[in-house]
Design a binder for this molecule. Structure first.
Ligand code: NAD
Ligand code: LMR
Length: 328
């Protein structure tokens, strides 16, 4: 077991995702069962007390790998020395708020957090934006951190990926482990494109094993609108499944993806598949030696092209909007 703990900073630690996430990090599921962790929790001042309550429960769980918990309401202190940053805390959209208002409110959170990461995080910092709009929040944080390699800033589409796996497995009556090479393209929003044309089930293309009608009119909208369906059913947005996806994303980033398969993550585009360079868009990715790599050489047919383009266009619009607000 390595002696030096890995410092994981979690923002929005007193929120519902935070509550589902922290215990799993402390138990070793984020980084591996032989990696000790130190938790830095960042909250707004009004929620620090609630975070203290969660920290008491973390203590009471007696996790062997947990080497300490500190709670902050100051980003600079919370990201000092951080190796992993999970940016969960965000401003939710409230009644009467336009998209521009939401982007501006989140710019006020993710800009200063990006700067704090730039100024004080460890040189191997890895950042995952979970708080919505996740892709553009990651972009805002990245823009405020010019000294950190751009590819350390990512956004979460692993929940969408996991949702797509579950829907397909249910449809075909197969185990999840029989499905490989599924991809979520684009934005973590209702425009995302879950792609079955490269996914395989039992080694055969998934799209050829389902009706086209189901793929277009059931599967894609069900996955893309699952977040809204959870809110409708639960009266609150997804929390445990979102925390689970954050664990999956970071675990694979650090430990690598299995041979012969890939996963989905929103990472800065290098121009692959016609996605403008710099946009933080979801791609098929593998992780090797601690770095995400975009899977190359996939043929994209006309149907997939139009779906990818639509989601990427939305990301471009979000980028233009935050640029206009002076956040990039
Ligand atoms: P929540 O409202 O329960 O918790 C959010 C927490 O963030 C609150 O405790 C709040 O005090 C804190 N916070 C607000 N501003 C902060 C700041 N500047 N610094 C630190 N903490 C701050 O929300 P939740 O259910 O935990 O969800 C968090 C975010 O994750 C939301 O934006 C939600 O839309 C998003 N989400 C994303 C995905 C995804 O797949 N990417 C999935 C589910 C939810
Ligand atoms: C989700 O996909 O569950 C969330 O992003 C939904 C939301 O709007 O918080």
């Amino acid at each position: 077991m390595s002696a030096t703990p890995v410092t994981v900073t979690v923002t929005g630690a007193a929120g519902q995702i935070g509550y589902a996430l922290l215990f799993r990090i402390a138990s070793g599921q984020l980084l591996g069962s032989d990696t000790p962790v130190k938790l830095n929790l960042l909250e707004i001042p009004q929620a620090v007390k609630a975070a203290e309550g969660t920290a008491m429960e973390l203590d009471d769980s007696a996790f062997g790998l947990l080497r300490g918990i500190d709670i902050y309401d100051d980003a600079k202190a919370a990201f000092d020395g951080a190796n992993v940053a999970l940016l969960v805390g965000a401003r939710p959209r409230t009644k009467g708020m336009e998209r521009g208002d939401l982007l501006e409110a989140n710019g006020g959170i993710f800009g200063p957090q990006g700067k704090a990461i730039n100024d004080g995080a460890a040189s191997d910092i890895r950042v995952l934006a979970v708080g919505n709009p996740a892709n553009t929040n990651a972009l805002i944080a990245q823009a405020a951190a010019p000294d950190v390699p751009a590819d350390r800033f990512t956004a979460m589409t692993r929940l969408d990926h996991n949702r797509a796996l579950a829907q397909l497995a249910k449809k075909l009556g197969v185990g999840l482990d029989e499905i490989t090479k599924l991809t979520i393209w684009g934005n973590h929003s209702a425009t995302q494109y879950p792609d079955l044309f490269h996914a395989e089930v039992g080694g055969k293309i998934a799209a050829e094993q389902v009706e086209r009608e189901w793929l277009e009119n059931d599967f894609i909208p069900t996955v893309a609108k699952r977040g809204a369906a959870i809110i409708e059913a639960r009266g609150a947005s997804s929390a445990a499944s979102a925390a689970n996806a954050a664990i999956d994303h970071v675990y694979d980033w650090v430990n690598g993806t299995p041979a012969g398969d890939w996963t989905s993550a929103a990472i800065p585009s290098d121009g692959s598949y016609g996605v403008p360079e710099g946009l933080i868009s979801s791609f098929p990715v593998t992780s090797e030696n601690g770095e995400w790599k975009i899977v190359q050489g996939l043929e994209i047919d006309e149907f997939s092209r139009s779906k990818i383009d639509a989601s990427v266009a939305e990301l471009g619009e979000e980028r233009d909007a935050v640029q206009k607000l002076g956040l990039l």
